[in-house]
Design a protein around this ligand. Structure first.
Ligand code: ATP
Length: 353
């Protein structure tokens, strides 16, 4: 449906704001270098204030970068106003026209472009089909649920066939259940439309569910650009490990190639470029270990709770508290508070930073 799938490239992009409290300049975004492939779904992810919305707004043209250049396809776009850019934005607040029906809301951008009436009708009907609002052309937008309003907002953005679709936390006004079903819908619609999408959220599960790649930001800095799997299994640093899913950090020393020493025990662990003798932190996901009677790393149980799919343990490894989710507890021994046990690590689960 899109005329042409376009990629987006940010080269050394920075945005400086003045802190209203201190009056001092600070980098809301600092030296961001990104390449978003045509047709891919990429999410800017990070805690509140990390600079993700500012980055999106610079791509849309609502803010201009203080340093660097943004490209849409091969075209530098810093100098273009938002309406001259081949982008469309879906907002958190929907931004619909309240006294118009669905058809007129969706047709609005096409009428501005002075398109032929019959062409507009066909395009609007096709897009309403795509977003699941077929037959609802005449409903007023103030008679719609939040989820339906967001579909109209999505249809309005898609109908002008932008090269890139931008989403600013589009689901944050919806309840939890609807958020989950709408994110699957957004992904389906993006794939069917074959459009490049850049999406902002602070919800890591939303980002994991929807994205080809995640761009994880912290205090204006891009910390990692990778698939969600890479960010989970091979985080670049402790911030990413902690932000994506839950992580334990076990103090260790590198013993040699892919071998570390945790609390006096040698354990297999991916060590990357770290060399023997280096102090490191080993990232352990809660599901990456189970408790056993015989093993290497000693653990003392300080909390044990049945959660259905898993037994939730907190154990002490030396003076470090480690959280373990031992799946399928029906078929394993349950340890109680005060028990001594060992950690048994799943294959290829440990990663040293
Ligand atoms: P959130 O999830 O809370 O929306 P975010 O990651 O999208 O956060 P931004 O909105 O990009 O963060 O803001 C980055 C930083 O820049 C924040 O510290 C914010 O307070 C600040 N900021 C944003 N807009 C302005 C502005 N117009 N003037 C001054 N500071 C600003």
């Amino acid at each position: 449906m899109a005329k042409e799938k376009k990629g987006v490239r940010l080269e050394h992009i920075s945005k400086i704001y003045k802190d209203p409290k201190t009056g001092k300049d600070f980098y809301a975004v600092k030296d961001a270098n990104l390449e978003i492939e045509p047709g891919s779904f990429v999410t800017l992810l990070g805690p509140s204030g990390c600079g993700k919305t500012t980055t999106l707004r610079m791509i849309a043209g609502f803010e201009s970068p203080d340093e660097g250049e943004i490209y849409l396809g091969n075209e530098p776009i810093n100098a273009l106003t938002p309406n001259k850019r081949d982008t469309a934005m879906v907002f958190q607040s929907y931004a619909l026209l309240p006294h118009y029906n669905i058809f007129d809301n969706v047709a609005y951008g096409l009428k501005l472009r002075k398109m032929d009436k019959n062409v507009i009708k066909k395009k609007v009907t096709d897009i309403l089909d795509l977003v699941g609002l077929q037959g609802m052309e005449n409903r007023m937008t103030n008679q719609l649920s939040g989820g339906q309003q967001q579909r109209v907002a999505l249809a309005r953005a898609l109908v002008i066939e932008p090269g890139v679709l931008l989403f600013d936390e589009p689901l944050s006004n919806l309840d939890a259940k609807l958020r989950v079903s709408m994110r699957t819908e957004i992904r389906r619609i993006q794939q069917e439309a074959g459009i490049t999408a850049v999406y902002v959220t602070h919800d890591q599960s939303e980002a994991m569910a929807i994205s080809d790649k995640v761009i994880i930001m912290n205090k204006g800095i891009v910390e990692q650009i990778s698939t969600p799997q890479e960010a989970y299994y091979y985080p670049n640093n402790q911030f990413v490990a902690d932000f994506i899913g839950e992580a334990n950090f076990l103090k260790a020393t590198v013993e040699g190639q892919d071998m570390v020493n945790i609390n006096g025990s040698k354990v297999k662990c991916a060590t990357g470029s770290l060399s023997a003798g280096n102090e490191c932190n080993v990232v352990l996901r809660p599901e990456g270990a189970a408790l056993t009677d015989n093993g290497t790393v000693k653990a003392k149980v300080v909390y044990s709770c049945f959660m259905g799919p898993y037994q939730d343990y907190h154990v002490m490894v030396g003076d470090t508290l480690v959280k373990i989710q031992d799946y399928n507890p029906k078929n394993s021994k349950i340890y109680k508070v005060g028990d001594e046990a060992f950690l048994s690590f799943a294959e290829n689960t440990l990663y040293a930073l």
